[in-house]
Design a protein around this ligand. Sequence first.
Ligand SMILES: [Zn+2]
Ligand SMILES: [Zn+2]
Length: 349
Amino acid sequence: MISTKGYATHDANAKFGPFEFERRDVGPNDILIDIEYCGICHSDIHAAKNEWEAMMPSTYPLVPGHEIVGRVSQVGDAVTKFKVGDVAGIGCFVDSCRECSPCENGTEQFCQKMAAFTYAGTYMDRVTPTYGGYSDKYVIDERYAHNVRATGDLAGVAPLLCAGITTYSPLKRFKVGPGQKVGVVGLGGLGHMAVKIAKAMGAEVTIFSTSPSKESDAEALGADHFVVTRDPANLAPLAGTFNFILDTVSADHDLNQYFGLLGVGGTMAVVGVPPNPTQIHQFGLIFGNKTLAGSLIGGIPETQEMLDFCAEHNITADVEVITPDRIEEAYDRTLRSDVRYRFVIDMTN
Ligand SMILES: [Zn+2]
Ligand SMILES: [Zn+2]
């Protein structure tokens, strides 16, 4: 076994502290990654506080983290994708059944036997707990690890493994490209990635935000337009003008006002999960043959495609790098939206 140092919380109200545990030995198809950076995703906070208990109860000790980048320090005999010294990434899951149709189609996040999520779950034996990237090492089958070809800012690459693929996948699926008008609702960790990726795909991008103070950021990120949604008068002139809208907001809000902004045949996709269900008025979808869609991260092939796309277009997340003793502070500030736009933990010391 490989002794590993991490940071864990021991119940829903506890603070994070050092936690030592063991990872499996490197098998023939495994690689050992020395973790350099791990992003703090909003899901980490929900899991640490057991806020998704009804659907996914947390098990403790809990070591969160599924935006992982590091260097390969050991490879198994049968490994072909990696060699020692390569930069590798791990996203939201680390194994799946490999036999069901979603697994065969590269949408392993929907594995019918449920994928082994990177933390707060179990491996496919359904016994061994998974511990995430707030730690110094991870052992993973190479099939579930990603090649990181980006050079330079690795801290900014880490959030691509969740925030990046969460936004890339629906933008790709709904064929966002040149000549299209794309709206991004919410300018946070997800929204800022969506803007960068949609711009790189060639679209004209409008940010919808409740915070007038983010207008200068929107411009810096490359957005073409910025609309403050608090005043409905700002939305009226935009009726029927969008091909696609990506809603990244995870606070309660009204979706219906955005249906009217879509043109005929337009699509709105949601990737945020607000605390309460939302009411939809069907008229808003029926008039104009509009589609409301959902999207959950991406499979292994698409995540690799996203990383390659971001490397090619020099896209990284805007991050604030912290040491592991500041996890609590980072959680508090993330909950207050006081981060531009993702905290990343430096796991190297
Ligand atoms: Zn995440
Ligand atoms: Zn499967």
